[in-house]
Design a protein around this ligand. Structure first.
Ligand code: HEC
Length: 169
């Protein structure tokens, strides 16, 4: 091994060792979180995973459910849907969650997810059951999404009023 390569190898090992050292911050957040929660390299990555497996895009991102998740690109995720959910409650639209998080602090988001209620078919029991750490991760992920915040989703319609757009799948 040449001296240059040996130097690079030694530097890489040193960098790896440094990367493996838990920081004081990581230790304190690990101590603060108890109970089941998603663990990932970053909170944003954890939030992305929760949004994906939690099905949030099915109702909060237009075309997502219809196209089997191939559309739209992530830069358009969670901007709210124009595809209405119609039932005895009238028609509801998955809201623009980028605008929701833009208007509240992380603590307010945690509170909203813990106590929220709205028209169907928003799965509040599942969202309420999320650990606080996971609720915070989802907030951080939505805040970090690329692209602009978009427009508000259409307002809900009362029972008996036909929705103008396509229905949600
Ligand atoms: C089956 C469809 C559906 C799924 C899946 C879904 N939502 Fe919703 N969600 C809705 C609808 C519809 C509304 C708006 C209801 C209304 O207008 O009263 C809503 C509203 C919300 C609100 C209230 C927003 C505000 O500004 O008041 C939050 C927060 C929310 N959803 C978060 C989530 C998260 C996080 C996930 C994924 C874990 C998720 N939702 C999955 C349909 C869904």
């Amino acid at each position: 091994m040449s001296r240059a390569i040996a130097t690079i190898a030694a530097a890489s090992v040193a960098a790896l060792l440094t990367a493996c050292q838990p920081t004081a911050e990581a230790e304190s957040s690990a101590q603060a979180v108890s109970g089941p929660h998603v663990v990932a390299a970053t909170d944003i990555e954890a939030g992305r995973y929760i949004v994906l497996v939690g099905g949030c895009n099915d109702c909060h991102t237009p075309a997502y459910a219809r196209t089997g998740g191939t559309e739209p690109p992530e830069s358009e995720w969670l901007k709210g849907s124009t595809e209405g959910h119609t039932g005895p409650w009238g028609t509801s639209y998955g809201k623009n969650l980028r605008l929701t998080v833009a208007g509240m602090t992380e603590d307010e988001w945690v509170e909203k997810l813990a106590t929220g209620s709205s028209l169907p078919p928003m799965p509040w029991p599942s969202v309420k059951a999320m650990s606080e750490a996971d609720k915070r991760a989802v907030y951080r992920y939505i805040k970090a999404l690329p692209g602009d915040a978009g427009q508000p989703a259409p307002a809900p319609l009362p029972p008996g009023v036909a929705p103008p757009g396509p229905p949600a799948v």
